[in-house]
Ligand binder design. Structure first.
Ligand SMILES: Cc1cc2nc3c(=O)[nH]c(=O)nc-3n(C[C@H](O)[C@H](O)[C@H](O)COP(=O)(O)OP(=O)(O)OC[C@H]3O[C@@H](n4cnc5c(N)ncnc54)[C@H](O)[C@@H]3O)c2cc1C
Length: 398
């Protein structure tokens, strides 16, 4: 669980590169919880792409960095500590590995280069109204009609669909006895396509992150199918594993906790800085201990993984504890800024807002961030479902 000399040298190299390359305005937006635009994400994506660091989890012969698990962890942590934006996982972290594993040579050539370069962006069409935790109950139909599939149905909570060029979608191509059978994995264009209607859902922070996507007689070519027809559940499970394992982000939480300490050091309570208040200090210390435990669990999992040992349901454990500590930190930030965190002005989170903040610089973003993060225990598979996974896989309870 200790970094080697090579790992430490790698850490210094990553830190220096990010320091020199991450645009300061983007870093500020991330650290202050302001809206990061699609252009900001694309800009950072291209910087990492040019450096050859855009795909830490891809093999080197496919354009990835070819890093070890430890190096990937270090990179993720350094990005978080520096306030780099977390790039969308849908292309690089999810559909990319799926296409590499299950796609044809033509599909690999068509999609992978643009995922790497950032030319095309993706969204994930899994959940539906009535099918979230029980994903296999999904109802969106794709009927084979000659040279194409005809898609009808709807996907819900589709993050960033309004920015995406393409969608990867679980659809029902046949009705079978077992609901996991008859599901297929399709990839197709979503932007300005006839029959596709992307409607915004505004989350509690007042911003557009998720959507509902409606499909009405949408025609997609047969070569949109990845893998075998009716065997999409196997692909879905493969992808969900990637989704859960990729959700590290400990560095970003350290930065957020550091920000809480800074705010609490400048805000006064009963004539002294809030950080001196015994109860508040105890809460901050508790959050820090929990964050350290997430970090140590990740490192322990990495050590096992690097030694080709089974890690069990540890990704579920990390998902639960990480989302809980993230929520706690956002709550502490609101407490630290107290009444300065009360304004709920979404416009102030966007580019172009030039009014001087009252109180801490990032006060306006604290409550919206707190609100949005209530969803952290729901997305990527709810925490209750993760507990079920642990119960079955590690505790052998059924
Ligand atoms: C901000 C956000 C972004 C999202 N982005 C995407 C996206 O890009 N693409 C996508 O496909 N999906 C996305 N989702 C959907 C997400 O994956 C689902 O919300 C999640 O899987 C839960 O499904 P559900 O909302 O239908 O809730 P339900 O499955 O209806 O669950 C409701 C409640 O019941 C609990 N529950 C359900 N079943 C069980 C059980 N067996 N045991 C114990 N408790 C149970 C759940 O934990 C939850 O508390 C996103 C969600 C959010 C909030």
């Amino acid at each position: 669980m200790q970094f080697s000399q090579e790992d430490l040298a790698f850490q210094r190299e990553v830190r220096a590169f990010i320091q020199a390359s991450l645009p300061d305005d983007v870093r500020k937006k991330v650290v202050h919880g302001n809206e990061v635009t699609k252009d900001d994400y694309t800009h950072w994506h291209k910087i990492l792409y040019r450096k050859g660091w855009i795909a830490p989890n891809w093999p080197a012969d496919q354009g990835g960095s070819g890093w070890s698990a430890i190096q990937r962890y270090i990179f993720d942590e350094e990005c978080g500590l520096a306030g780099a934006p977390r790039l969308s996982p849908f292309g690089l972290g999810m559909v990319g590995p799926v296409i590499m594993h299950f796609g044809s040579a033509a599909q690999k050539a068509r999609y992978l280069p643009n995922i790497l370069s950032g030319e095309e962006t993706w969204c994930q069409g899994y959940s539906e109204p009535g099918s979230g935790s029980d994903l296999a109950s999904l109802q969106t139909r794709a009927e084979r009609k000659g040279d194409h599939y005809l898609i009808n149905g709807s996907k819900l909570w589709t993050s960033l669909a309004h920015h995406a060029d393409l969608i990867f979608c679980l659809v029902r191509t046949s009705i079978e006895k077992k609901k996991q059978d008859g599901i297929s994995f399709l990839v197709f264009g979503i932007k300005d396509q006839p029959g596709i209607d992307i409607r915004p859902l505004i989350t509690l922070n007042g911003l557009r992150h998720v959507n509902q996507v409606f499909f009405t007689d949408v025609k997609v070519p047969l070569d949109s199918l990845i893998g075998e027809e009716g065997k999409g559940w196997t692909i879905a499970k493969y992808l969900l594993e990637h989704e859960r394992v990729s959700g590290g982000g400990v560095g970003a939480l350290k930065t957020a906790l550091q920000r809480v300490k800074e705010i609490a050091s400048s805000e006064m309570s009963d004539g002294q800085p809030l950080i001196e208040d015994t109860d508040f200090r105890r809460r901050v210390a508790q959050a820090e201990i929990e964050l350290m435990s997430v970090e140590q669990t990740m490192l322990r999992a990495l050590a096992l993984f690097s030694a080709d040992r089974q890690i069990g349901a540890v990704s579920s454990l990390i998902k639960i504890r990480r989302s809980e500590v993230e929520q706690t930190i956002s709550e502490l930030a609101v407490m630290a800024a107290h009444y300065y965190a009360m304004p709920y002005n979404v416009a102030s989170l966007r580019d172009g807002w030039n009014e001087e903040p009252i109180g801490p610089e990032d006060a306006n973003a604290l409550t919206p961030t707190y609100m949005f993060l209530r969803a952290a225990s729901i997305y990527s598979g709810s925490n209750e479902i993760q507990r079920n996974i642990i119960a079955k896989a590690d505790l052998r309870l059924s």
